[in-house]
Design a protein around this ligand. Structure first.
Ligand code: GAP
Length: 447
């Protein structure tokens, strides 16, 4: 039996990120991409538990933004699109960041608007060049000839898919304004200063929804989505509300398409950072595509007979940022009888494994019983079975580190009394429950 006497260890804020990064690698959440070749800057791979957690994030977003509503439908557009899309959307002209080169010793490149002192290199103190605008879109070529006429871009946001397919969705589905189109998928940005682990990447995943509404109702819908998205982080993902804030953009900070944007930010160890932007994109995109393509993208309101270009409210989130937020928010260390216990206190909705089944020994009779318990539970929960060597305490610690809310231990008495022990991650308290009542009891606890 583990002692209940545990006390939380204070982690210096500047060390928290480092510890989370180490855990991610040690426990199979995140690896550097192509690590055996020295990696690739700002590109990461997700290991088995990372994949499971990302799937949970995506599924929970899809459930709450699409499935639990009557007014949002899904879309999967391609990563490659006709380059005219990016001309119309303004990305070719405006999707730039100011880049300054160090003229001193280190020759590093910096995003000028991220620097406190824009005249001196933060690394070596050398002089900085005047800033040049640098377009963040990755270019490639379609077909065998690498010439200007064949240039295509890797999409820097998933959003444009929803605008260029707007007419298709209206004509093929029985949707009526107000309604939304949602999409999850990869996006690419040639960031000048990526970093902070998986916070700012060059290849990442977005979850975006374009909500089309009648002009004049846009501000009300903007408020609706701001409230709804904040609720999701707190109630569905279990993120600490005191570490979240809403930050409206200043006028000069607004994207070229936006009338108003507020970011949902998290208090990371490296400062406040954007998790999600909720923007009022007005009719900018539909208007721009209508002009560029020469196609009528207006919407006909069948009841009033009115034709108009809908306004758009866009909640735009990043899977990778939500993942690092959930990991940082959940990471803690505790002292238990003089030993350090690392715990990921993840919400059960997010935990890669919800229940671990652990036979106390490798005796055949016990393994048989534990496998039966595993089959019973896996119909309902995300289950992992672990009979590897090592004492039970070590196996509990491993599950604590990957955020498993419950362990179910099968021991020799289980063979006699048909009962098992549920061990809770956070309190480490144990409860004996009959195998017959096990699913119901775990359901109660997990829900
Ligand atoms: N369609 C609007 C749009 O793309 P954005 O604020 O540039 O807006 C939306 O991006 C979200 O995508 C961000 O809040 C963030 O979660 C994620 N994101 C953007 N750039 C990213 C990057 N370089 N690495 C990881 N996630 C990123």
């Amino acid at each position: 039996m583990e002692s209940q006497a545990l006390s939380q260890i204070e982690i210096p804020r500047e060390q928290l990120m480092e510890r989370v990064v180490a855990l991610c690698k040690r426990r199979g959440f995140v690896y550097q991409s192509s690590e055996i070749y020295g990696g690739l800057n700002a590109v990461y791979d997700y290991g088995p538990y990372g994949v499971a957690m990302r799937r949970n994030i995506r599924n929970l977003w899809w459930r709450h933004v699409v499935e639990l509503r009557d007014d949002v439908v899904g879309l999967e557009a391609s990563i490659l699109m006709n380059p005219e899309v990016w001309r119309a959307s303004g990305h070719l002209a405006n999707f730039t960041d100011p880049m300054a080169d160090c003229l001193g010793e280190c020759k590093k490149r910096w995003r000028e608007d991220h620097l406190d002192d824009r005249t001196r290199c933060p690394e070596c103190g050398g002089r900085l060049s005047p800033a040049r605008q640098f377009n963040l879109m990755f270019k490639t070529f379609i077909g065998p000839v690498e010439e200007d006429a064949n240039v295509v871009y890797l999409r820097p946001e998933t959003a444009q898919g929803m605008f260029v397919d707007f007419k298709n969705v209206v004509n093929s589905m029985r949707v009526k304004v107000p309604f939304g189109i949602a999409q999850q998928g990869r996006a690419f940005r040639n960031e000048i200063s990526p970093g902070n682990f998986i916070f700012r990447l060059r290849e990442f995943e977005q979850m975006e929804m374009e909500f089309f509404c009648r002009p004049g109702t846009d501000e009300e819908w903007h408020r609706h989505w701001l409230a709804e998205r904040q609720r999701w982080y707190v109630e569905v993902l279990g993120i600490a509300p005191e570490r979240l804030r809403l930050r409206p953009h200043e006028k000069e900070e607004l994207s070229h398409y936006s009338k108003a944007t507020s970011d949902i930010e998290y208090d990371f160890p490296f400062g406040w950072g954007e998790l999600e932007g909720v923007a009022n994109r007005t009719d900018f995109d539909l208007g721009a595509h209508q002009k560029q393509s020469g196609q009528d993208l207006s919407y006909l309101d069948a009841e009033s007979g009115e034709r108009f270009l809908p306004y758009v409210i866009e909640p735009a989130a990043g899977v990778d940022r939500i993942m690092i937020t959930a990991l940082v928010d959940a990471y803690r260390e505790e002292s238990v009888r003089g030993e350090t216990r690392v715990v990921l206190g993840l919400h059960p909705n997010l935990a890669p494994v919800q229940v671990a089944v652990l036979p106390l020994s490798k005796k055949e009779s016990l393994i048989g019983c534990a496998r039966d318990v595993q089959s019973l539970l896996r119909r309902r929960f995300r289950v992992e079975y672990d009979q590897t060597g090592g004492n039970i305490g070590r196996r509990y610690r491993r599950q604590d580190e990957i955020g498993t809310p419950y362990c179910v231990t099968v021991d020799f008495e289980s063979l006699e009394d048909h009962a098992v022990t549920i061990r809770e991650r956070d309190s480490m308290e144990q409860e004996r429950v009959s195998i017959e009542a096990l699913v119901g009891r775990l359901e109660e606890r997990l829900d």
